[in-house]
Design a protein around this ligand. Structure first.
Ligand code: G6P
Length: 604
């Protein structure tokens, strides 16, 4: 969905922008570019089609002059993937980068063409550069020109802008997509996400919608778009606890692999100080006294799968729960019982569909609860109450550790909302589950997966099936698999296979079956027998229980420890993530930045 970065300070800006863009690359990788002042005081723009590595090569001998500078990575929406559509866009003294969509672009473009402007690109962003330039020419007041120009614009934007005549000044503005300021000593960063500048500062300020900021080194003034620059104020930052090590690959080949192995820590940090007997999720304690008559979860992708598990946990706690795809829910009639809660789950906290669904729920008078992994995200700010997962920044586009952290948080939520005191065995299982996951991941020798990875790679089709708690796991296994291997894969409720999908079964097809839900195990086993009877290959993931071993209902089984209920969910998820990761790596795919995907989708 594009990522932007801005800087004002005393460091040579080019290397710093490039490394920031590398950390934002999960947001798009069609093209990238930077703009900075050269030693003659002129703005220099360098752009490249493809990944940041291409740009990095082009600017490897450039440092840029200290002052203001901007950078961008693009996920194409308006206009194809070509150099002229790459950002930054320049109009006279104004150079800018943009994340978002300008909805009245056509009207503005026609108007500007009428005023004699020649367009260089097909992007909506270029329109903004001309608008700012025309305003700038009126009084040569840079921040005011940006503010006035934005008065003509409908749509969403995170912007970082330079002006040839004010070399230390960076103007940024936000309406929709995220924009976070990092406030350092003698310098300030602006970026779509925190990892871009985490190495330099942990003091952050999240820009609100419809706000603008003027930044000169460490002087920052922020105001609303309807206030003139004189009344803008110094923002109050907050310190975040994220460790910069999270944003490094370390000894791992890919962020995804590293993040799979960070899942136990993500869960541990999410559970810390939030779960003990009689004191679960203290943040929600007051609100939890008014038990909701029903709960609706809204989410997308992996977060939606976590929500499906959340529904089971809440149902076990006696609370009616529904799960909705956010992009559908937001346009439906919201016929929930009065007093219901709507819970939006989003790793990034910036997914437009989830935010839209929550906004619609809020308008309809429902209490909205957010579950997000990013402090200061739009979800955190816009929900009535937000619970943070503490997975640390997730860089790989395919979500891994954030899923486990979301599931742990949802387990706590169910325990917190349950009218009965929490069952001691569940509480205990939850507290121990990060450690159990850690032990389990360490106990899987990488070579024990080699044959399995090869089978999946060579299968004519890979399907995922499960019942009860195993169904969301099957969906998540299939999503991971298709996202990064580019092979078709679907997850099915085991009992539904016979109603259609079983027609796909033939020799060469592999069905991956997470088997951690004991309540439906016997039924799941008979579904898998039906697969085997038709020549399908069953790869089960689960512990061996009771007499299971006497009847062979699988071709291969990845052994999970026979741990108490709930622990298996995390272990099975870890294996499903690892299998997808290993197959995609074997295929030579770009695991961290799979084609066509972006980590947070900030457009509808
Ligand atoms: C994108 C990503 C998915 C992710 C989904 C929801 O589509 O490609 O991997 O699960 O967004 O993201 P969120 O940040 O809202 O959890």
């Amino acid at each position: 969905m594009c990522g932007i970065m801005g800087y004002s300070g005393l460091q040579p800006p080019v290397p710093l922008l490039v490394s920031g863009l590398e950390r934002l690359e999960y947001r798009g990788y069609d093209s990238s570019g930077v703009a900075f002042f050269d030693d003659f005081g002129l703005i220099s723009v360098v752009r490249a089609v493809g990944k940041v590595s291409v740009l990095k090569e082009e600017v490897k001998d450039l440092a840029g002059h200290p002052g203001a500078a901007i950078g961008h990575i693009r996920w194409a929406t308006h206009g194809g993937v070509k150099l002229e559509n790459a950002h930054p866009h320049q109009s006279g003294p104004i150079v800018l980068v943009h994340n978002g969509i300008i909805e009245n672009e056509q009207v503005l473009r026609i108007r500007l063409k009428g005023e004699g402007i020649l367009f260089q690109s097909e992007t909506d962003s270029e329109v903004l550069s001309h608008l700012v330039r025309l305003e700038y020419e009126k009084d040569r007041n840079f921040p005011e020109a940006v503010r006035r120009a934005l008065g003509h614009v409908e749509g969403s934007y995170a912007l970082a802008i330079l002006c040839q005549n004010d070399p230390a000044d960076l103007v940024v503005a936000r309406n929709g997509p995220p924009l976070i300021l990092g406030l350092g000593e003698g310098e300030t960063f602006a970026a779509s996400d925190i990892p871009a500048f985490l190495h330099f500062t942990r003091q952050v300020f999240s820009m609100e919608n419809s706000t603008i900021a003027l930044i000169r080194h460490d002087e920052v003034r922020v105001g609303s778009l309807d206030q003139t620059v004189e009344s803008w104020k110094t923002p109050v930052s907050r310190t975040i606890s994220w460790d910069p090590v999270f944003a490094e690959k370390g000894a791992y080949r890919h962020f995804m692999e590293k993040e799979i192995f960070e899942s136990p820590r993500a869960m541990m940090d999410t559970l810390a100080d939030r779960v003990s007997f009689g004191n679960i999720l203290p943040e929600i304690a007051r609100k939890a006294h008014e038990k909701p008559p029903a709960v609706a979860f809204v989410a997308c992708g992996t977060s939606w799968h976590a929500a499906l598990l959340g529904r089971s946990f809440l149902e076990q706690a006696g609370i009616p729960a529904f799960v909705e795809i956010a992009s559908e829910f937001r346009y439906r009639r919201l016929l929930l019982p009065p007093g219901s809660w709507v819970i939006g789950i989003s790793q990034s906290g910036e997914t437009a569909d989830t935010l839209g669904a929550l906004e619609a729920s809020k308008r309809a008078g429902f209490f909205t609860l957010g579950i997000s992994n990013v402090p200061g995200s739009s979800l955190e700010r816009e929900a009535d109450l937000c619970l943070l997962t503490h997975a640390g920044p997730e860089i790989g586009v395919a979500s891994t550790k954030a899923f486990q952290a979301q599931v742990a948080l949802l387990m706590m939520l169910a325990l917190a909302l349950s009218p009965a005191p929490p069952r001691e065995d569940l509480l205990e299982s939850l507290i121990r589950s990060p450690h159990r996951l850690e032990l389990f991941l360490e106990s899987v020798p990488p070579e024990s997966l080699d044959g399995r990875v090869e089978r999946l790679r060579l299968s004519s089709l890979v399907m995922f099936a499960g019942r009860g708690l195993d169904y969301p796991l099957a969906l998540e296994g299939a999503l991971k698999f298709k996202e990064i291997t580019y092979r078709p894969a679907d997850g099915y409720p085991g009992g539904e296979l016979k109603h259609g999908p079983i027609a796909l079964i033939e020799p060469g097809v592999t069905v991956v079956a997470p088997m951690v839900d004991r309540s439906l195990r016997a039924k799941e086993i008979s579904n898998l027998r039906e697969i085997r009877a038709r020549g399908g290959y069953v790869m089960a993931i689960g512990p061996l229980i009771g007499k299971d071993g006497h009847e062979i209902w699988y071709d291969d089984r990845i052994e999970l420890p026979d741990d108490p209920p709930w622990s298996g969910i995390y272990q099975a998820a870890g294996i499903l993530q690892l299998l997808a990761y290993r197959v995609a790596s074997a295929l030579g795919n770009d695991v961290d930045q799979p084609r066509n995907l972006a980590k947070s989708v900030t457009v509808e």
